[in-house]
Write a protein that binds this ligand. Structure first.
Ligand SMILES: NC(=O)c1ccc[n+]([C@@H]2O[C@H](COP(=O)([O-])OP(=O)(O)OC[C@H]3O[C@@H](n4cnc5c(N)ncnc54)[C@H](OP(=O)(O)O)[C@@H]3O)[C@@H](O)[C@H]2O)c1
Length: 418
């Protein structure tokens, strides 16, 4: 918002809009190149030309000089510190800030939002969730008058790519190796495959959708490391496809935010999202559902979302963060479940299991049973049930003498929109 007084003048007699850049890696370098490429066009409709001011990396630039020179700061360093300290310092100096840093926003978002609100500056972060898919702006602006019930997202392209390959027949290890070969997965993929990266993004989306602060630690997440290929095969027989889905929803006056492998029927808009793409479905009684999809990562793609935020600040199309509401976090959720049991191949076992589940008010929607010599597999999809009730029932099922090993479960989304 503020401006350096000695900046040269340009454009239609207006001085350039100086962008300080923290970080010049995959996204930062792509952003610098895109800014230069698009400067003429932005100046044409905005009247003011964006130019790159100082750049900070580990080996070049001085933060205080870059800050003093900048109208706006773009943070593309990643990590918590020193990114957090630099952003707070910039906000304190009255400078608008754009960031793509989901880890920072999901752990220190409230501190940054409060500082920005106090200073009356803008904090934009479209690229922190689902890359170039414009979900942040849609929630903040287009749907700001719509009471949102639920968001489901495929917000991690690495895991979606791995699961797409597994559905085609690869093992988890083969699919991960392919993702690394193609540059979709890091050498250390743990943040992605554990679900933690998706959890950070869902915390940010929940804050936007419901106004309630959600810290990364409030999000329950499970990853895809323990998925078995046979689960994908049985699910396919039941007409279901498997995805790593993040969910943020209103539940009983509170809010639940979670990430876990989830089975979907083919009519769900996220069922057909494959490869490294991201997609987010927003549900509300008034709008039914809206789904947005596109590339979730990549230097040029992410840079275009970052530059969109810069232009939004330049054109005055953004507002400071809203003050928080406080909603209770709910963790015990009703859902349908896929249940996979390994058992001795004896007559009557299906009836015994379903009767025992029935006494715990767990009812079965569909079943596949397969004999494999001495053992058999029973794969079921339940009707919606509270998770705590299902776990209690499965503890009893696991005690039956013909049941081998621990029952495996995966949540199922029942809704289909087409
Ligand atoms: N890559 C993607 O596809 C993608 C997608 C969506 C969001 N994001 C987010 O975008 C941000 C940047 O990601 P990236 O992939 O571009 O990271 P990156 O390639 O690792 O680049 C990081 C840059 O920040 C600089 N940096 C890191 N720590 C620093 C420090 N302490 N002091 C000064 N400079 C420092 C690095 O300097 P050196 O050059 O000296 O090492 C490097 O230039 C992250 O928040 C990430 O989560 C990335």
């Amino acid at each position: 918002m503020s401006a350096s007084s000695d900046a040269p003048r340009g454009g239609d007699g207006m001085r350039p809009f100086r962008v300080g850049l923290l970080g010049h890696g995959t996204v930062g370098a792509a952003f610098a190149a895109l800014l230069e490429q698009r400067a003429d066009e932005i100046e044409r409709f905005n009247g003011r030309r964006p130019v790159l001011g100082g750049v900070l990396t580990r080996s070049r630039g001085d933060f205080e000089e870059i800050l003093a020179d900048a109208d706006l700061l773009v943070e593309l360093m990643g990590g918590i510190e020193p990114a957090r300290g630099y952003m707070l310092r910039a906000i304190d100096a009255g400078k608008d800030v754009v960031s793509a840093n989901k880890q920072l926003l999901s752990q220190h978002g409230e501190e940054l939002f409060e500082a920005a609100r106090h200073a009356g500056v803008l904090l934009r972060f479209e690229a922190a969730v689902a890359g170039v898919v414009p979900v942040v702006r849609v929630l903040e602006e287009s749907l700001s008058a719509t009471p949102i019930e639920r968001i489901h997202g495929i917000v991690n392209g690495t895991t979606n790519f791995i699961m797409t390959e597994m559905a085609k027949g690869s093992t988890y290890d083969e699919a991960l190796a392919e993702a690394q070969r193609l540059g979709y997965a890091e050498a250390d993929p743990s943040d992605d495959v554990s679900g933690r990266d998706a959890a950070a993004k869902m915390a940010i989306l929940a804050r936007l959708a419901f106004g309630s602060p959600v810290h990364l630690d409030d999000v329950r997440y499970e990853g895809i490391e323990h998925l078995k290929r046979d689960d994908l095969e049985y699910a396919a027989e039941l007409g279901l496809g498997l995805k790593l889905i993040g969910t943020a929803e209103r539940v009983d006056g509170g809010v639940s935010v979670r990430v876990h492998p989830t089975l979907l029927y083919p009519g769900h808009p996220l069922a057909s999202v494959s490869g490294p793409f991201n997609a987010v479905t927003v549900e509300s009684a008034t709008i039914t559902e809206i789904t947005m999809s596109g590339p979730g990562a990549g230097g040029p793609q992410t840079a275009s979302a970052v530059l969109g935020d810069v232009v939004s600040v330049m054109t005055g199309g953004a507002r400071p963060p809203a003050p928080p509401l406080r909603l209770e976090l709910v963790h015990d959720i009703r859902s349908s479940f896929y249940v996979h049991l390994e058992m001795a191949d004896e007559p009557g076992v299906l009836g015994t299991v379903t009767t025992l589940l029935g006494t715990h008010e767990v009812s079965i929607k569909s079943v596949v049973q397969r004999g494999l010599g001495e053992s058999s597999r029973l794969v079921m999809v339940t009707h919606p049930v509270l998770e705590s009730r299902l776990r209690e029932a499965l503890r009893e099922v696991a005690k039956l003498e013909f049941v081998r090993g621990t029952p495996r479960t995966i949540r199922v989304i029942e809704e289909e929109f087409v």
